[in-house]
Design a binder for this molecule. Sequence first.
Ligand code: MEV
Length: 347
Amino acid sequence: MKKITVSAPGKLMLLGEHAVVYGKPCLVTAVNQRMTATVELTDDKIFQLDAPDVQITNYQKPITHLGKGEIPKGAKFVEMTVKNFLNRHPERLAKDLSRMRPSNKLRDSSASPQNDNLGIKIVTKSEFSSEFGFGSSSASTVCVIKALSQLTGANLDNKQIFNLAYKTVLDIQGKGSGFDVAAAIYGGTLYFVSPGKVIQPLKINTLPLIVGYSGIKFDTVRIIDEVAQKAKKYPWVIGNVYDQIGQLVEQAKKAILKEDWESLGELMNFNEGYLATLGVEGKKLSRMIYAARDGGAYGAKLSGAGVGDCMIALHSVQGKQAIKKAITEAGGQVINIKTNAEGVRIE
Ligand code: MEV
């Protein structure tokens, strides 16, 4: 049977979170900690998933039941990804299966996954904890689409993978800008406008970033909803905040391209101020952020939805150790990553 392994990077939001959900640009970098999916086409009509990092072992269901019934949290993204791929590309799989079993008559090219013997076995493995907010769900969605695209000869290009992965994220979460999906596919450091209206890779060599994990997990969709409630009540405040964050992103893009870390740090600090106005700074995260600044960082802010997950700090060549120490003393866990990592790839 045909089998393939694909990997995709995690991501860190640099500037522009929340505002990006409402049409403003953001900056995101891919990190060198990766999600891997090994995908195998079988002919037993079973969908099988092992995702030990999210406590899913030997999860099975008939392929005809994809998306139906109670789906465990850790299996949702992969299962819905497979369902969406099969709905979008049934003819590819019908052809593929007929090649795998030469005795079978070539199937009707409009065949749906409900009427063939296709089975799919998937094993995912992550180099990073799903608690970090590095985008493990989006990365696994991207891996599975890339793998199925290769196995079936659908050969989707990056934009087609983006569209299908983003649709899957929206089917499950209902909201989100898709910046994490873009980072998993394209890698590098991106200037992004939702929903993939602009995906511009920034040509840079390095990004001197330190990452601190708060140990706190909060539901991203809930945070987005809370911010949306504020925006409804105080549109004149929050609308201005989004506009200002958009401006900061434009300036930060220029600073990144010039490797002007001092200015980028200042812009990050401004961005953190606006995130505090949105109410997502989080007490522990902000202690870590202020500690990093006191420790000598050019700038520091939260990264992602806020309240929990990670913060980022920009360091000078000599200042790295002092900032790491400050973050640790504030109760954070420093996570060693490299930025600007490669996008989705076949292993
Ligand atoms: C979450 O990591 C970042 C948000 O901007 C949501 C999104 O862009 O999908 C809050």
